[in-house]
Design a protein around this ligand. Structure first.
Ligand SMILES: [Zn+2]
Length: 386
């Protein structure tokens, strides 16, 4: 089977312009869940369009997948979207790419408010479920596809969301490639997929695995993993497994863009696909896992209480105790230099996962993420960054 690239056009955002998505497909054309080759993996890069590492990882992964296809080694269905957000890729202001929030109309975060598949498809599967978990998976995936197919997009962002959601909704494995600011590599997953995702975490060498069942924002990964949980709750008499293992993969920081790391990350994903049976061949020994998984509610996001210049006392990878200095905020408006500095200290014991690169902050901006082990009382409800 030769690789096929689908070109999907978005509604023109303005007269005389055009935007397109590419979807590279490998392996069997149709998904047959009951067959050994019926599994589907979906991988997309840079939904937050200013998070560049994923674009380069996808470039290297495309090369590996093409070679595997030439060798006849692709046994499952694999879809690779090498750039998931052409809208964001075109957004520049004052020489700076701004790809996290949509400029047009809503101003919303591209990785929030994805369709609620459990709500869209729930009524469709009622009465069709049985005692057979595999059959229920097929029924539910069909309902997801049909529900999305009936939505008519009004504009580019909706069309983009529908195309990507239609590709991911029937996958067994979804990898959404992002990055943080200055950061160590890490994963977001729902708790139901740990420890089964240990192989992915070990291959990628991540330093944190953050577990949350509902972080509150409707992120891309949770849009495909959590509907299975919601449907299992609603139809508690029928076996419904958490059939879509979806992860947000944070590929270090936004400046970590080089061929050595990107090709290693692509190989890590490729080997995970081998371990999961999407590609034949031996992935080699599984690397050592560098972290345990922790609840996302145990990771503190330290926020700036006031405006000023940030002077860090830590860097990603450091371990801190409660009360240790994270940074000082220097108030440039202070008239007495002795009173200009405000110390910001750790509120939990843990690992410094990320800090910010731009060193001037206003109140409420995130200064650091600290991965702790004990859930924090103030970390509930909406857990993601804006
Ligand atoms: Zn992101």
């Amino acid at each position: 089977m030769a690789r096929r690239t689908d070109i999907r056009s978005l509604p023109a955002p303005a007269a005389g312009t055009a935007q397109q998505l590419l979807i590279h497909r490998f392996g069997p054309e149709s998904v047959i869940p009951e067959s050994p080759t019926g599994r589907k993996a979906y991988i997309q890069a840079s939904l937050h369009a200013d998070e560049t590492p994923g674009l380069l990882v996808a470039h290297h992964l495309l090369r590996l997948l093409q070679q595997a296809e030439t060798n006849g080694e692709v046994t499952g269905q694999i879809a690779l979207v090498p750039y998931a957000n052409p809208l964001g890729l075109a957004q520049f202001f004052d020489h700076t790419q701004l790809g996290r929030f949509e400029f047009a109309l809503s101003g919303g975060n591209f990785n929030r408010n994805w369709p609620d598949l459990a709500a869209l498809a729930g009524d469709r599967v009622a009465g069709q479920l049985s005692d057979d978990a595999g059959s229920n998976v097929t029924v539910i995936r069909t309902a997801f596809r049909n529900a999305l197919d009936e939505i008519t997009p009004q504009r580019s962002l909706q069309a983009l969301r529908l195309i990507l959601a239609r590709e991911a909704c029937d996958a067994d494995l979804v990898l959404d490639l992002h990055c943080d600011d200055l950061a160590l590599p890490h994963l977001f997953l729902i708790p139901q997929h740990w420890p089964q995702a240990q192989d992915l975490a070990a291959e990628l060498g991540v330093r944190a695995v953050l577990l949350a069942e509902d972080s509150g924002g409707g992120s891309f990964d949770e849009a495909f993993s959590t509907p299975w949980l919601r449907l299992a709750e609603r139809f508690s008499g029928a076996p419904i497994p958490p059939a879509c293992e979806a992860a947000t993969v944070e590929l270090r920081g936004w400046m970590d863009v080089n061929d050595a790391q990107a090709s290693a990350d692509a190989l890590a994903i490729f080997r995970t696909l081998q371990r999961r049976g999407f590609i034949a061949g031996q992935p080699g020994a599984l690397p050592k896992l560098h972290c345990e998984a922790t609840e996302l509610t145990a990771t503190d996001s330290v926020k700036a209480p006031s405006a000023g210049v940030v002077v860090y006392g830590v860097e990603p990878g450091d371990r801190v105790k409660i009360g240790d200095l994270i940074c000082e905020i220097v108030d440039p408006a202070a008239t007495d230099p002795k009173r200009a500095r405000r110390a910001i200290t750790a509120t939990t014991d843990g690992l410094i996962l990320s800090i910010r690169s731009h060193r001037y902050v206003t109140p409420g901006m995130a200064l650091a993420k600290i991965v702790g082990r004990t859930p924090l009382p103030h970390r509930s409800g909406y857990l993601l960054e804006d």
